[in-house]
Design a protein around this ligand. Structure first.
Ligand code: ATP
Ligand code: MG
Length: 400
């Protein structure tokens, strides 16, 4: 018994009451059998998307052309996908056509690995056509059917195999690994979006040390956009790291040899990576209290502490780490707590105040003056109040 499956059970039962088959399948069943925490429950069914929409009062057609409908229940949404078989592949990444079938066997046969091809019905009975349970017991990642064929159909499966290795610590079956070595160059056919999804999970996987070595031995990065520009052999990853941190470390170690836009990640992720790389680059240069104050003000305590948490990875990768005498959790925390202001908006004057006060035209001097005013406040040279700031400016800031 498992609460998530119990919650989702009415979905299976309702489908069955309408004369169709329905099973739990994929990662949830695998994780359940491994006694790992289950995060989302996938349901596979003989009912077509139209039939699912007719059965349930509330649905969302999230991927109807591929057979996926979200069924909205009181306690959450469940992804229900019609049994599918896949047509020919000729670009190594997507089947030319997907067609719906009425047979569970056909559906699980197109799945990537035996451990992901186990179906379970609402009575917790397993339908395991490819010895997935045995492979889970033996901790082996093995393709459903001949590995070369399956990787030729969709090269993403190579990367998925390696990311499951990183997450689960399983070994890769010899035939499956052999096919990986033969077909690794086909990663070049994949879209960067699909690659990034798997890499994010791989790099953060508990057993990444081993998988990362496989990635290097297979020369996998050589066939990926962005990464092809870096010397990945020079980067050591021997513990899980967040994907964005991994990219920032790469930038610091080797400088940004490729644009982040190649990764097609969000602007928020790009900004984070750039800022973290700046922090890591600047950390060792901070030797004075005043620069430390400005640094904590500019980047914030959290990001800097996060960077310090990567010190072990930095050391392994010959990235200069800060002196622990000057920069440590305590000094960062204290500096942050002592800052009279934490962002430009906290400053008691704005650019407009400076213009009004000086009766001058705008120009680069405004930005420069605000910067100096911030510094003065941060270093307790002047109290953060409008009159005092303007007075301080008249005395200390030279306007070009
Ligand atoms: P996770 O726990 O990370 O979600 P998962 O096994 O559920 O792992 P998903 O990407 O959510 O992985 O895919 C759900 C299922 O769909 C898989 O378990 C597998 O059966 C099938 N699948 C996904 N991608 C592929 C693929 N490229 N080729 C064949 N089958 C796939
Ligand atoms: Mg999943």
């Amino acid at each position: 018994m498992n609460t998530l499956f119990e919650q989702a059970k009415p979905v299976l039962e309702t489908i069955k009451q309408h004369g169709h088959d329905a099973y739990f399948v994929g990662g949830a069943v695998r994780d359940y059998l491994m006694e790992r925490e289950i995060h989302d429950v996938d349901i596979t069914t003989s009912a077509t998307p139209d039939e699912i929409e007719a059965i349930f009062p509330k649905t969302v057609p999230i991927g109807k052309e591929h057979g996926t409908i979200n069924v909205v229940m009181e306690d959450g949404q469940y992804e229900v996908t019609t049994f599918r078989a896949e047509g020919d592949y000729d670009d190594h990444r997507r089947p030319n056509e997907v067609y719906f079938v009425r047979d569970l066997y056909e559906d699980v046969k197109r799945r990537d690995f035996t451990m992901n091809a186990i179906a379970m019905d609402s009575d917790y009975q397993l339908h395991d056509y490819f010895h997935g349970q045995r492979d889970i017991e033996q901790c082996v990642i093995k393709t459903v059917g001949p590995a070369t064929e399956r990787f030729e159909e969709d090269a993403l499966r190579i990367l998925r195999g390696l990311r499951f290795q990183a997450q689960l610590g399983f070994s890769i079956a010899p035939e499956t690994y052999e096919a990986m070595t033969q077909l690794i160059d086909q990663l070049a056919y994949l879209s960067v979006e699909r690659i990034v999804v798997e890499l994010q999970k791989l790099i953060a996987g508990k057993h990444v040390a081993e998988s990362y070595q496989y990635m290097l031995t297979l020369n996998a990065f050589h066939y990926m956009p962005f990464f092809e520009h870096f010397n990945m052999d020079a980067l050591t990853v021997d513990r899980p790291v967040a994907f964005n941190d991994f990219i920032a470390l790469l930038f610091v170690q080797q400088s940004p040899l490729a644009a982040l836009s190649e990764l097609k990640i969000s602007n928020k992720d790009k900004q984070y990576i750039n800022r973290l790389a700046e922090v890591i680059n600047q950390l060792p240069e901070i030797s004075k209290k005043s620069t430390l104050r400005r640094f904590v003000y500019d980047y914030g305590k959290d990001l800097i502490l996060h960077a310090l948490g990567l010190s072990d990875v930095m050391e392994k990768n010959n990235i200069v780490t800060p002196s622990p005498l000057i920069i440590n959790t305590q000094s960062i925390g204290e500096t942050s707590a002592q800052l009279p202001i934490s962002k430009r908006q906290d400053l008691a004057v704005t650019g407009k105040d400076l213009l009004d006060h000086t009766e001058r035209k705008g120009g680069p001097w405004v930005k420069d003056a605000l910067y100096q005013l911030e510094n003065a406040v941060i270093n307790n040279q002047v109290h953060n109040s409008k009159d005092l700031l303007l007075e301080w400016m008249d005395k200390h800031v030279e306007i070009q």
